[in-house]
Structures are given as C-alpha cells and as structure tokens.
Design a protein around this ligand. Structure first.
Ligand SMILES: Cc1cc2nc3c(=O)[nH]c(=O)nc-3n(C[C@H](O)[C@H](O)[C@H](O)COP(=O)(O)O)c2cc1C
Ligand SMILES: [Mn+2]
Length: 498
C-alpha cells in the first residue's frame, strides 16, 4: 500500500535501507543540490535489480536523503525520496509499474456485465471507483500549526539548486487550483521562486492546467486562490507530475493509486481544499494583473531556462504539522529524481497510449532525451507508411505532442536499449526517404526551437521497408541464430568450460 503521509513514507525508506541521514550543518544554497546530484547519479541503494525495461540505466538513483540540520531553518529537508525505481514503487505501493498499468487497462476495458449475477458481481468494482474520489474531512495534521500574520517563507529550508539560478525555489510541491467556471480541481507540480517573505512567482507553462485556470480568472477579472502543498500521501507528488488531459483530476488518479480517496481539509484563508496529511501548506492568491520577472532556473533540459514574466503569488497563511519535514528535489542533467517519475508514467501510461494508437506495442523515453527530446516507438508493421501514421498520432497525443524526435522500429527491436534502436536507425534508414519533418507545438523549455513553444520535429522510420514506401530495393534478412542452435548452446554452455 502507498503511504498516508510523508513521514511514514520516509520511515519505511529508512527501514528498507533506502534513506541516509545527514546530521552535520549544510547550506541550502547550492551545497544540498551538489550532494543530491552526486548521490542520485550513484549506484542505487539496496540490491533490487533494474527493471527489464531499463537495462541500460536502471542501476542508479543512490539513496533518499534526510538533512536534519539545514542552515537558517529548523525544519529538516528530504530529497531524492522518489529517485530510484525501487523508491518509486514503494511510493506507489506496487510490485511493478506494469501491475498499475494492468489495473488501468482493466478500468479502460471493463468486461460488460451480461447477466444479472454479473452485474451484482461488478457492484463492488463500481463502489471502489466511487471510493477513489477525494473526501473532505474536518481536521488535518497539515493545520496543527496555523500562521497568518507571522507566516514567513524564509523559515522553510528552501534551496538554491544551481549557480546561475535567480534565487531559491520550492521544487517539489503540488500547486492546487480550481477552475472558476466548472469548479474542477487541478494539481500540477510547478516551481516556485521566493522573492519576499510572503511573495513568490508562479511558473506554470502556458500549456499546463494551472495556466489555463489562471487565464479563466483573468477573463473574469478575479483573484485566483491557490495553495502550494508539500508532502501528504506518498502518491501525491507523482500524481501532480502526471500528464493527464485537461479536466482529468489528478486527485482522482491519486485516489486510484492510493486505493482510497485522498482526504482533504478546507484551507483557513482561501476557498480551496488541500490534503489533510500534508506536511506544509502555503495559502494565498494570484492577482491576474500582477507579474514579475522569474528565472533563470537550471532545468531538467540540462540548461538554464531563461528569465521571463510570470504571475505573482501572495501568501495569506502557512499551515503545517508539528515538526514538519520539507520535501524538495533538483532537476538538471539526467538522471535526476524526475527521471524515475517520468519512467513510472511511461510504464503506467502504455495502455492509455495504446487505446489512442493501437499500433504501438511499446515505447520508451530514453534518458538522454530529457522527456520530450526523443521517443522510441515499437510497432508491428502491417501496411506501408504505418510508421508515419504512428508519428502523427504521437504528435497529437497530450504532452507527447512535444516530442522533438520520434524513432520508429520493428517489433523485434528493444526500445529500452538505445544501442539496439540506433543500430536499426543506422541500418534501415534512408535519410531522404525515411524522414518526416513537421512543425508543431514544442516544450517551452526547448531553447533550440526558433519560437518559444513552437518549432520543428523529426520522425525517423527505422522499420524494414516494404512496397509502397518509396523506392525500395530487395530488403535483406537480419542475421539471427536459429532457436535450435541457441537452445543447444544454452544447454551445453557449462561443458564448454568458458
Ligand atoms: C520536478 C518537476 C518540476 C516541474 N516544474 C514545472 C514548472 O515549473 N512549470 C510547469 O509548468 N511544469 C513543471 N513540471 C511539469 C508538470 O508538473 C507536469 O507537466 C504536469 O503534468 C502538469 O500538470 P497540469 O497539466 O495539470 O498543469 C515539473 C515537473 C517536475 C517533475
Ligand atoms: Mn491537470
């Protein structure tokens, strides 16, 4: 089972030898980031083997870290809690990501009950589905301490990640907002730059739901209530990063992953509800008329994202549990903690992607691609130019639309092995015949795109070519030893004394 709050998740990591404590004083300015970067790129704690879907990079992630003594704050700081395959699985309470994918698949393709008995048997499933919705309760540990007039963001151990960053950033929070028209809730993970004890920027990309809600408040000329939530149920940070379609509730997904609905409490100074079990909640408003120059910030692209104007958030209260832990993360050149959040999504979303594009057997977002730069796709080719159909479909599928480079390979290629994919590109690709170049929306962090948020994309068809795909000469077979000989050599391997 996933954990109901950050404290119990941290304790479980400790029990499993997945947590290291740092007790000497450390500086939140750059020092913690450098420690976390080194640890997250080192050998993973414990001896869980890397999953078969990541034979190349799976062994990294180090340990989760708990800093008891951060200079300038009396709140301990946790980082890299989700930064390995094993810790991601512990947080989501699953054996493998595939088991979650299977649960989602079952939701998507329910067997329709035919007889009355079938219907009755299905009732518990439906009840359980209803049970995943968030539940509003009266009290929560997140409000054990309520600070309004004396609330001060600089009491938190907020870190500066990279030397060129404009300042200190909250990096691992869920940003809670509501659509003023429909009342739908959204949770997104957006970075928060501190400017004053009670003022920050709010950095949501224009394609994300927080920005969409903000545009709706602006159209009404109203201030937008917003809560910054740290900690809570162990599934929450993952749900906040999940690329769900607009108006699909992250809290419902969180409830589904959690096994029961997430408990929410009403905020003290704004009309919003937040997870009852959060460590720290920052309440306040965004005035659509007020902007500030935000950034630069060392981003997951491995480059600094440039400064730009973003909305201002003004704090009305900070509430927290007694003795809270402050969770944070850094992003930068991969692999970092966010790589594992992304890999969980890659696996969990495979059935969803396949409902949109049934041709796709499997896919991978390779580490070097930092999420949007590159997607490897495997298909079972049945007709000419099918790879191009798949590329176009991916460029139309939610946040996959940002993919800058798509490489399509045949069924026998391992999309989780970069060497295998690039081997088939080298062998099967004619640059003029097998390349598709198009324009489309881009991740706003892509600094190479000619426009912010818009640019070129390339698809490479590295499948075996068949008639109907341009000029194709006789295509040779790929070398493969016969299964009988492989079995024979397997059986006799010890005998050879090798
Ligand atoms: C560590 C981390 C930091 C992120 N920072 C931002 C950010 O500053 N702004 C943003 O728009 N998205 C950021 N994201 C990505 C969003 O959280 C993610 O795309 C999410 O699906 C957006 O949800 P939404 O569509 O509900 O807004 C970040 C993701 C991670 C893992
Ligand atoms: Mn959303």
């Amino acid at each position: 089972m996933p954990f109901s709050d950050l404290r119990s998740f941290v304790e479980e990591l400790d029990r499993r030898g997945q947590l290291r404590r740092v007790t000497v004083p450390v500086d939140p300015i750059l020092e913690i980031a450098e420690i976390a970067d080194r640890v997250s790129k080192s050998q993973a704690a414990g001896n869980a083997p890397p999953p078969p879907t990541d034979p190349v990079h799976g062994g990294r992630g180090g340990s989760a870290l708990l800093f008891d003594n951060v200079k300038g704050s009396n709140i301990p700081l946790a980082i890299n809690l989700y930064g390995s395959y094993e810790r991601m699985r512990i947080a989501l309470g699953c054996e493998t990501f595939e088991t979650l994918a299977d649960r989602i698949e079952a939701l998507l393709r329910p067997e329709l009950p035919t007889t009355l008995m079938d219907k009755i048997r299905k009732l518990p499933d439906l009840a359980r589905l209803a049970g995943f919705a968030p539940k509003v309760v009266r009290n929560g540990i997140c409000q054990q301490v309520v600070r309004t007039d004396d609330a001060n963001l600089f009491d938190l151990p907020v870190i500066q990640c990279w030397p060129g960053d404009a300042g200190r950033y909250i990096t691992f929070a869920g940003i809670y907002t509501k659509d003023p028209d429909s009342g739908d809730r959204n949770v997104g993970m957006y970075r928060v730059q501190l400017f004053e004890p009670r003022m920050t920027a709010m950095h949501w990309h224009m394609h994300h739901d927080g920005a969409r809600h903000h545009r709706r408040y602006a159209a009404r000329g109203e201030k937008m209530p917003l809560a910054i939530v740290l900690g809570g149920n162990s599934v929450l940070p993952y749900a906040a990063t999940c690329p769900l379609p607009p108006d699909v509730s992250e809290l419902l997904l969180a409830g589904f992953l959690n096994g029961t609905g997430i408990e929410l409490v009403p905020c003290r100074t704004i009309p919003l509800e937040v997870p009852a079990n959060a460590e720290i909640v920052i309440e306040g408003y965004v005035d659509p008329k007020e902007k500030i120059r935000e950034g630069p910030f060392g981003d997951h692209t491995g480059f600094y994202s440039l400064a730009d104007d973003y909305p201002v958030f003004r704090v009305t209260a900070i509430t927290h549990r007694r003795d809270p832990i402050y969770p944070t993360t850094i992003v930068g050149k991969p692999p970092q903690e966010d790589y594992y959040l992304g890999k969980a999504t890659e696996r969990i979303f495979l059935p969803l992607l396949r409902t949109l594009i049934p041709d796709v057997i499997d896919y991978s977002l390779p580490m070097f691609g930092a999420f949007h730069n590159c997607v490897f796709v495997k298909l079972r080719k049945e007709y000419p130019l099918q790879a191009r159909k798949v590329m176009s479909a991916i460029w139309g599928a939610g946040q996959m639309a940002f993919a800058k480079l798509i490489i399509v390979v045949d069924e026998h290629v391992n999309v989780h092995d970069e060497q295998d994919v690039l081997f088939h590109v080298g062998a099967n690709w004619d640059p003029r015949r097998d390349t598709m170049i198009v324009d489309g929306p881009m991740d706003i962090l892509d600094h190479a795109a000619p426009f912010c948020g818009a640019g070129g994309k390339m698809g490479i068809d590295a499948t075996r070519k068949i008639p109907g795909e341009g000029v194709v000469r006789e295509w040779p077979d790929e070398i493969e030893m016969s299964p009988q000989i492989k079995a024979l050599v397997d059986g006799r391997w010890k005998e050879y004394g090798l």
